[in-house]
Structures are given as structure tokens and as C-alpha cells.
Write a protein that binds this ligand. Sequence first.
Ligand code: DC
Length: 215
Amino acid sequence: MVVAIDGPSGAGKSTVARAVAAALGVPHLDTGAYYRMATLVCLEAGVEPGDAAGALRALDDVEVDFTPDGHPTLAGRDVADRLRAPDITAAVSIVSAHPEVRAAVVAMQRRWVASRGGDAVVEGRDIGTVVFPDARVKVYLTADVRLRARRRARDAEAAGASLEELVAQMERRDHLDSSRSTSPLKPADDAVVIDTSGLGVAEVVGRILDLVGMV
Ligand code: DC
């Protein structure tokens, strides 16, 4: 059974997806980590983020995986901390917009879930629409952009940026992610949309667990 959790950055996906996965006793997959790993591979190989063919070639040369506790690895190297650095965050929307890169990454994500017996809580932008259109439960988390920026300010990704800068960065990334032609960020037609602005983590997790129990 797949539970798909989509939504923009800072809506609470990771925290909620991890808690739902723990409650259900299934693995959690952070699909943004794949696009961040693809971006890191490009930067390290000297490939321009806009070069789709170069990105695909670079990605072909490395083994992308996760440790048992969910840390992303490239050829066995733990890159969890490196992936949240500002240079990766700035380029990831460009790398992740290439249809060729998306096709390769989506195939990796499906293989990962299949290798876990098909049960997982999968978070991203296109999980309910493209990666697992038959997911048993689809949730789209959203929140006010200023609140999302305030949440992001606590992360390493923020790197000392002001709240106004974070709001501007977030709006730019939301725009790139939702206006790209391949798999844009949007709720699946059959997704349940939850605005997390006024809600605590436990409340959001409880609503999703209710949905899992209902279907
Ligand atoms: O969730 P995140 O911030 O780690 O995602 C990083 C970028 O990857 C984000 O700008 C959009 C992209 N992404 C995507 O296009 N599709 C996904 N399923 C997950 C992330």
C-alpha cells in the first residue's frame, strides 16, 4: 500500500510522512532527495544544471540509495547534510524540470518501493499524479507561504537568509515547480487537500491515519 504525500516546500511533508510511516510500520521515501542527489552529481561533475543530457549521463554513473535509517547515499557516501546546502536548493528546480531526469528518477523511486514489497509512505510533488497514480491514499499538504518560510528559517537550508528572502526564494521555487510542463506540482484530482497552517503535526498525522483506515 502506498500513501502519497505531496505539496510545496515547508508544508510539513517530511515530518508528517515520517510519523505516518512509523505509525503504519512501513518505510518512508523522500523523493526530493533524488532530485537533490541528481543536482549534487551535476555540480560535482561540472555539468550545468540546465544541461539535461549531461545530467542524465552523470546520474547514470553513480549508485543512488538510502541507508536503513533513511540517509541518502551516492555510491555509498552519506550525503544527507550536503543535500540541504543552499547551492543545491538553488539549482534543484532546474535539474528536476528536465523530463529525461524525471523519467530516470521516477523509475528509481518505483524500484525502491517495489523492493520494499510495495508498502511505503512516499513524499514529493508528483507522487499522487505521476509516480503512484494508484496510491491507496493521496494527500496534498499546503500552508501559507510566510508560515512555510518561517518553518524553513529553522533549517540549515536557510543559511542565514532573512524571512523576506526566504519568502521570495520559496515563491520562485513554487512557481518553477508548478509551472514546468512535465509533472508540475499540483494536487491529484482524488487527493485530500490539508492546509496545515493552523494545525499541529499530531493533528495532520491523525487525519491521514483516519484516511488510511477509511479506504
Ligand atoms: O522536497 P524538496 O525540497 O527536497 O525537493 C527538492 C526539489 O525537488 C523541489 O524544488 C522540487 C523537486 N521535486 C520534484 O520535482 N518532484 C518530487 N517528487 C520531489 C521533489
